[in-house]
Ligand binder design. Structure first.
Ligand SMILES: NC(=O)c1ccc[n+]([C@@H]2O[C@H](COP(=O)([O-])OP(=O)(O)OC[C@H]3O[C@@H](n4cnc5c(N)ncnc54)[C@H](OP(=O)(O)O)[C@@H]3O)[C@@H](O)[C@H]2O)c1
Length: 335
């Protein structure tokens, strides 16, 4: 089959190419899907550069989310049949014509959802749900701070927080264009803060009347650490999803952790066991998926696509993602 491969196994954008690779083999409990579209995620950049270990048993081909048509069934399949339209998540292998995936990791695609929209949903909404609801335990009336908020995951987290009844949803990003967009979408941010030109901890205190953020979704790490701690409310929770600015902080006073009773939680998704993921996917599907996809496409939460590419233009897509100017998801179609 054809797939997007990386010349020499890792390297710069120019090493991405469309080439031949063996079709995946179906294991027990897996379904083969002929892919129509796949979503891009920031971890694809890390993996392309050789800095993201592929989970054991997963394909080395990039890509963790996709939409497509069931083309074959492994043993032990009960929920799907050949020709079903689906979308889903995997440990790897979505930048390809075919993917073998656990049936627990697939959702039936509602007919009103396009292939492109469907491929853009699983990774960012599951990640946001896990960070905000499972770990952050966000409750109605709480204040939420979302960093890198124009990212796919950030936009998902903002909407989930609003729909769950957050009081303030404060978003940070690097440009006015992103922040204006984020406060203007339905169930968008209540406030936008430019972390490059404003002190976000001061802004959080001002917006929340000195209470602080009950839940923080952080992707940035190092450069935001001290201000994050300063921003947290008493009994606050912070879920850390990435360390985009760096992994080390030189000096840190631990007293706020103790006296504000703070909880800091690291979170990953791709490296979790298939059983853990299946449990999370089920809970997410029961509680939230309907709000995103809606039975008739009118759900309160939307997926926002920044740009769609032919998979033959995958280098352009990676270049745009590395440029940090995107708002929402990048999706490639297998054409
Ligand atoms: N742990 C998990 O389970 C998990 C799962 C999925 C994704 N993630 C992580 O979630 C993040 C978002 O993923 P995505 O695919 O949605 O990303 P994306 O759409 O590509 O957006 C990333 C945004 O992060 C911001 N950013 C980049 N470098 C930064 C820095 N040094 N300091 C502050 N902000 C910076 C940029 O916007 P601004 O600077 O304008 O804010 C950039 O547009 C990624 O870091 C990804 O690795 C984690």
């Amino acid at each position: 089959m054809l797939a997007i491969l990386v010349k020499d196994g890792k390297g710069p954008i120019e090493n991405l190419y469309l080439g031949e690779t063996p079709e995946p083999e179906l294991k027990y409990g897996q379904v083969m899907v002929k892919i129509k579209a796949f979503g891009l995620n920031r971890m694809d950049i890390l993996q392309r550069k050789g800095n993201y270990p592929v989970p054991p048993g997963a394909s080395n081909v990039l890509g963790v989310e996709f939409s497509g048509i069931v083309s074959a069934l492994g043993e032990g399949i009960s929920k799907f049949k050949v020709n079903d339209e689906v979308f889903g998540i995997a440990g790897g292998g979505a930048y390809a014509e075919y993917i073998a995936v656990h049936e627990t990791h697939l959702f039936p695609k509602p007919s009103h959802l396009s292939w492109i929209d469907a491929a853009s949903i699983p990774e960012v909404f599951l990640t946001a749900y896990q960070a905000l609801v499972v770990y952050g335990e966000m409750k109605e009336g709480e204040n939420v701070l979302v960093h890198a908020s124009a990212s796919g995951v950030g936009i998902a987290a903002i909407q989930l927080a609003r729909v769950r009844g957050a009081k303030a949803v404060i978003s940070t990003a690097s440009t006015k264009e992103k922040l204006d967009w984020l406060v203007n979408i339905p169930h968008g941010a209540t406030n936008g803060v430019n972390y490059k030109t404003q002190n976000f901890a001061e802004e959080v205190k001002r917006i929340t009347g000195n209470k602080g953020a009950d839940v923080i979704i952080d992707f940035v790490g190092q450069s935001h650490w001290s201000r994050n701690i300063e921003s947290m409310a008493v009994d606050g929770r912070m879920t850390m999803l990435a360390l985009l600015s760096g992994t080390k902080v030189s000096e840190f006073d631990l007293s706020a952790l103790l006296y504000k009773r703070l909880r800091i939680q690291g979170s990953t998704l791709r490296s979790r066991t298939v059983e853990y993921q299946a449990e999370l996917i089920k809970r997410f599907a029961d509680e939230f998926l309907g709000l995103i996809t809606g039975q008739d496409g009118q759900g309160p939460i939307k997926t926002y696509i920044h740009k769609v590419y032919s998979w033959k233009k995958i280098q352009d897509a990676h270049r745009d993602m590395e440029g940090n100017q995107t708002i929402g998801k990048l999706v490639a179609v297998v054409d």
